[in-house]
Design a protein. Structure first.
Length: 256
């Protein structure tokens, strides 16, 4: 078990304009980051595995900000049902110059530095069986009770996830979002797939503002290749708002 990122980062952190918490901590993540640093600057950037482990363990706080340098990020686990769990109200910002230094967070979107969250295990050029089932799974629970969260994601490319028949997971989609207010900007979903429905972005009892995003070359054997919207008695309410969005394949709203 790796060590927990320490709370002293609250002193080093600062608040971005889009973050509601006055004590928001900013962490820096790079493809070649370390699991022996604290993420308090680009020189001390953490790697994706270490970031994912700490997120899964609930070691971050609501309002934290995560700045990702351009590059390709994928979990090292060979288990295709292993994914990043997002369980806090946080902000993810991709597209930073890999040569950034200090605590620089200046960025303009769209960024020339593509920041890829990859599902590649069996293949890094296509969505195929054996690739990761989900890339990100967004949900917070307190015991058995769902806790509504707010998540902002800017400047990422999600690609090559695939939901096959042999997965033990319940839901489908490269990004699965439950009971969340999601703000998705300047993101791309490319070449994700499903042997069922819902190959790319799956929303359940969530509100999503999706702007300046591209969905391209995604597929599903049944329906919902780009976007699947589910309603459920598990959480109260659901809504989706789409604006300034380009979708190159059919979008279906599914109800169960």
């Amino acid at each position: 078990m790796k060590r927990k990122l320490t709370s002293c980062l609250l002193v080093a952190g600062f608040m971005l304009a889009s973050v509601p918490s006055a004590l928001a901590t900013t962490y820096f993540v790079k493809p070649d980051g370390s699991d022996m640093t604290d993420g308090s600057s680009w020189e001390q950037a953490i790697n994706y595995d270490y970031f994912a482990e700490n997120m899964e363990q609930g070691n971050f706080e609501d309002g934290d900000v995560f700045c990702f340098a351009g590059g390709v990020y994928k979990l090292s686990s060979p288990d295709f049902d292993k994914y990043l769990t997002v369980n806090r109200s946080v902000t993810f910002l991709g597209g930073f110059d890999p040569n950034s230094t200090g605590t620089n967070t200046d960025i303009t979107y769209p960024s020339p530095y593509e920041t890829v969250i990859s599902g590649a295990i069996e293949s890094d050029v296509a969505a195929v069986p054996g690739n990761r089932t989900h890339l990100w799974y967004v949900e917070r629970k307190d015991g058995d009770q769902g806790v509504r969260i707010n998540v902002t994601v800017k400047g990422f490319t999600f690609k090559h996830a695939f939901r096959n028949f042999d997965s033990s997971l319940t839901y489908r989609g490269a990004m699965v979002v439950l009971n969340t207010d999601l703000n998705l900007e300047y993101c791309k979903f490319i070449q994700n797939g499903s042997a069922f429905d819902g190959g790319t972005l799956t929303l359940m009892a969530s509100y999503a503002n999706i702007s300046d995003c591209v969905f391209s070359e995604n597929f599903a054997a049944q329906k919902g290749a780009a976007l699947a919207l589910f309603t459920t008695s598990k959480y109260p309410g659901e809504d989706v708002k789409l604006s300034l969005i380009h979708i190159s394949e059919p979008t279906r709203l599914l109800s169960i």
